[in-house]
Design a binder for this molecule. Structure first.
Ligand SMILES: [Fe+2]
Length: 198
């Protein structure tokens, strides 16, 4: 009886190992960078995120690092969502997300750069450290992202529809981190962005 139980147990263990191996091999996938991942489809956004993450991780001040992740990734997500809500295609939403992730990056890397002119200096920083290194985007697409970053502080004027995605996402992230804060929430641009997001 003991021998029978042991045999059954061994067969059960073997089946478990086989099932695990089968499931693991099914869920393995390779991206265009040759990186093995689980259940993920790597896109060209990941190429940008790898560079951006590398820069954010190098920020030594923990509060600045936290702020960078919260604000930049928040703006990126909202820009992507706004793009889809406003009828842009997924490729444009992807570009909006990258521009959102880059729009203030320099101000977290170098706090002294957080001036009234930061949109322009951030655009140049993004170009030099990220956009120029992206192999999966055309020069035209990189120019669109650069321009979205460059113009993101011009919130008093209504500009190009892509630029407006970055401006609105930037404003909405500030407002939605605390919807009870009137200073941001009551502004017409934010009300318009939230209306489009809902
Ligand atoms: Fe911002």
């Amino acid at each position: 009886m003991a021998a029978f139980c042991l045999t059954v147990q061994m067969i059960g263990s073997s089946i478990s190992i086989l099932l695990f191996t089968f499931h693991f091999s099914l869920s393995m996938n390779s991206n265009f960078l040759g990186v093995v991942c689980l259940n993920r489809q790597y896109t060209r956004l990941d190429e940008a995120r790898t560079l951006i993450d590398g820069i954010i991780k190098s920020i030594s001040n923990e509060e600045d690092k936290r702020g960078a992740y919260v604000h930049l990734y928040g703006v990126g997500l909202l820009a992507s969502l706004l793009a889809l809500k406003r009828g842009f295609d997924r490729q444009t939403a992807e570009m909006a997300e990258i521009a959102g992730m880059l729009h203030d990056l320099l101000t977290y890397v170098d706090r002294a750069s957080d001036t009234d002119d930061h949109a322009h200096t951030c655009a140049d920083y993004a170009k030099e450290h990220v956009l120029d290194h992206l192999s999966c985007f055309s020069d035209e697409e990189k120019a669109v992202m650069y321009r979205g970053i460059y113009n993101h502080s011009d919130k008093q004027v209504l500009g190009d529809p892509f630029d407006e995605l970055i401006k609105d996402a930037d404003a909405a992230q500030h407002a939605l981190r605390n919807p009870m804060e009137d200073f941001f929430y009551d502004k017409p641009r934010i009300q318009r962005a939230i209306k489009d997001l809902l």
